[in-house]
Ligand binder design. Structure first.
Ligand code: 6PG
Length: 247
């Protein structure tokens, strides 16, 4: 829902959208004098941003040794499968730019998604230093997000029990109801919300219908999340619902 802590920034097209996302990401990294934690997302929406981060102009602005890269959800497929979200991010920028020990993939070679979830939860807790989240000290500097056609975020789908999880940091999702219909591993709402900024990217006419529903305040996963800090929806003209044009 678009409320006081959440706002929409309309941009011309996917090129401007990626540029603005990259600038916001770098601003969040710069605002943290220590090590910064970024939670990446999968799907197609962030691809242009990831490509941009690998270009000289952006690469030179990131203190790579001080930034840790996590993933909000992944498909339970081998690391060398192109459907693996972290593999996509690696291929587009991380492998060329980030030291290996700053990249934190979900272990999709675990016995099952539940085991992978337990391991990632341990990894997040060990990075954070505590096993309880402190609202005054968000885990992530920035969480990147995409929204699915049914309003899902990460791998938290409408009507799925994982949406209501408040204890676990990471859960195994037996089957996704949308393509790719694979088992997934997903961070839970309270953990994704533990961030200084949640940055949604949505571009293209295919996103317009779901954005209209989200911005109208429908009860969808995308509206269930309340980031500790700011929530920004970066939306290009093609994706912008009719009644949001001109705002
Ligand atoms: C995934 C994602 C998922 C995605 C949305 C939007 O693994 O598929 O993490 O939550 O962000 O479905 O996907 P697109 O960016 O491809 O539209």
């Amino acid at each position: 829902m678009v409320n006081d802590a959440s706002h929409v920034i309309a941009v011309a097209d996917p090129v401007e959208l990626a540029r603005m996302a990259a600038d916001r990401l770098i601003a969040r990294i710069s605002a943290n004098a220590g090590r910064a934690a970024i939670c990446l997302t999968g799907g197609s929406s962030p691809k242009r941003l990831y490509q941009l981060l690998a270009t000289d102009a952006y690469r030179s602005r990131i203190p790579w040794d001080h930034v840790h890269w996590f993933i909000g959800d992944d498909r339970f497929v081998a690391a060398d499968d192109p459907l693996n979200n972290m593999t996509m991010a690696r291929r587009l920028f991380l492998d060329a730019c980030a030291p290996e020990d700053t990249i934190h993939p979900i272990a999709t070679d675990a016995a099952d998604p539940q085991e992978a979830a337990r391991r990632y939860e341990d990894e997040l807790k060990s990075y954070y230093g505590f096993s309880r989240l402190n609202p005054a000290r968000p885990l992530f500097d920035l969480v990147l997000m995409g929204v699915g056609p049914d309003g899902h975020i990460a791998s938290l789908f409408p009507g799925h029990p994982a949406l209501h999880e408040t204890e676990r940091w990471v859960v195994g999702v037996p089957q996704a109801p949308v393509e790719p219909r694979l088992p997934r591993v997903s961070l839970t709402l309270p953990v994704l919300a533990s961030c200084h900024e949640m940055l949604f990217e949505a571009a293209g006419a295919d996103k317009r219908a779901i954005l209209a529903r989200v911005f109208d305040g429908e009860d969808l996963p995308a509206n269930r999340i309340r980031a500790a800090g700011e929530t920004v929806w970066l939306v290009d003209q093609a994706a912008l619902p009719e009644h949001f044009r001109g705002r």
